[in-house]
Design a protein around this ligand. Sequence first.
Ligand code: ES4
Ligand code: ZN
Length: 324
Amino acid sequence: MTDFIAGLPKCELHLHIEGTLEPELKFDLAARNGIALPYSSVEEIRAAYEFDSLTTFLKVYYEGMQVLRTEPDFYDLAMAYLRKAASQNVRYAEIFFDPQAHTSRGVPFDIVIRGLRRALLDAETQLGVRAQLIMCFLRDFQAEYAMATLLESLPYKEWIVGVGLDSDERGNPPAKFAAVYERARQEGYLLTMHCDVDQDNSVEHIRQAVQDIGVNRVDHGVNVLEDPGLVEEILEKGLGLTCCPISNGYVTESMKIEGIRKLLDLGVRVTINSDDPAYFNGYVQENLEALNFSEEDLVRLQRNAFEITWLPRHLKDGYLAELD
Ligand code: ES4
Ligand code: ZN
């Protein structure tokens, strides 16, 4: 099964670039930028990756990314991920970035996006991996800061395919960002947002995202199973869900594989992704292996993934043909 998965042309649609920062690169960047880390070895960094909830994870995640300061730092981060993706036969990736996690500590927006963009261009020519960027707003900051970030992104609109919403979901429902999403839609961005597994009000958050905001996709969203009417609506609209089993296992008590299985059987366009692979010890290959699904189902998952990409039809069809 490992070889079968390795051979499949794959797609990654839920991947936080800051969550791909491996301890080795963290060490190198800290040295390059003259930053003292509270760890003396890569092993010590890894040992600190202990979390059992979204809150404990996010603390380590935001602390870790403080070594990212310069344009080459963001280039190196994205290039390292794209090399790893290429090694796993990932043909296309839609990559989240969190500009506010950097602008809030004094790193300018243009430094972040220019570094990431340059890596995407090089990856396409040098590695044969295509990728696009999705800009995420941090939902635990004020909506006004998200709006300011949206406006700041407009000169770079051609480099960003859509917007997302991540970070701490408790008390930060989709409705908080209704105006930001409306403006993003007017600007031509496609829309997605996290509805993390087993957060407070998960189903209500999915409902708001789908019905009130009108998203084009939902990130995670497995809790939709608790509301059959909403499942039906997602089916009718053909909306995709970007699920992340290994991540689920870290931030809740379960990888939610049974739920993913059910959604797949119902015909919902579920996909398998890695979320924050450097922290959760699994890229897309390992996430697919964790499922123990049949070859037929694994192909179906990849078909779903290419089908819900934010690519023009002819490019989707090119990738889909590789799965025939
Ligand atoms: C995240 Cl696992 C998860 N949940 C919410 N926001 C995030 N940002 C990066 N990883
Ligand atoms: Zn995520």
